[in-house]
Design a protein around this ligand. Sequence first.
Ligand code: ZN
Length: 405
Amino acid sequence: MQDSTSDQDDRSAFYLDVLRELVAQPTAPFHEERVAARIGQWLREWDIPFAVDAYGNIVARHQRGAPCRPLVLMAHMDHPAFTIGAAGGPDGAHFTAALEGGVPARAFAREVPVRIYPRRGGARARGITGRIIGYLLGAGPRDVELHITVDDATSIGDIARGDFGVWDLPLFEVRDSVIHARVIDDLAGCAAILLALHAAAGAGWPTDVYGVFTRAEEVGLVGARAALEGGALPREGIIVSLEASKELPGARQGDGPVIRVGDRATTFSERAELVLKAAAERLGSNIWHPSRPATTAVQRQLMNGGQCEGSAAVRLGYQATGLAFPLGNYHNVSADASTATTLVPETIHVRDYVTGVALLREAARLMPELPDLATQEGSQDGRYAAHVARLAASAHIIRSIVDSR
Ligand SMILES: [Zn+2]
């Protein structure tokens, strides 16, 4: 049955509300506690069981009905940011800090406004504002020392080594169907997983879906690898790595979520991708059977702009695939070199996000039917049977010519 337009509008509004609330939580590699707390609150509210593993990853699960192959949706809760190091620094800096994650050092050639979140004191919730006034490049491209001053010198005493800070950017805004947010990568992935779990649990679908919310992806897929090696995830699970990934030719913003056939390092699994293709087909995409007409836009592409958690899963022997939202201003670096500031909000298209959530819902729902779907794969609209009979009937011609030489 088709949803009415207003149902779809309500649903899209809810999807955007969840993302808006999630991106209001500041996050950094190793400092995902605020995002994790909000995720835990929703899971409890929606009655979805979950556990926190030995590394602080959150593993949620909806399971009903007869046993089936599990779908394991995975996204990371961190985003490039920084951790406070020593007090003092060059040019009157109040602190030095270590960059955590892949932001090119040239992004700090101009002053960058920041917000630091101390673990103690009255400024815990809203943070302390300051600026990055300089940087020092170390041995590797990711060894970047940042030099920071705070705006209100009386708050210096509240900040301690090990506190984290983020770029002080506008949190969330929708303009011309494009979402601009301080963090899209990968809180959009976390939101999409939450919404798929919410749909599955709310309707009581007979299926088996995990939501895995990982830590410290931006410094090398650390939380994902620990979760995959930790034994809490089913070996036979189909892993889907959710990501916001740099827009590319063939993976354009507004043209739909992207079934990700691989990343910069690794080719993903066709067996796993079948789940997303079948889900896309149920939404009206022709990505699985390109000769059919399409009513919903879904893309399929090798997203080689970065590495994602699917890579870790494939290396560890899982069947894995990915779903990506084409991302603008990847890691907050402006795609437009003419802008006055170098760090800006990331962007994704509302349509890609909303269709992506719908696709995950369908994927979650179809898992019990997966064995049947796998057999449909080779049947190209019945034409194979007719054509292969013609091959057999004409094989004697080839044989007589080849044999007579
Ligand atoms: Zn990233």
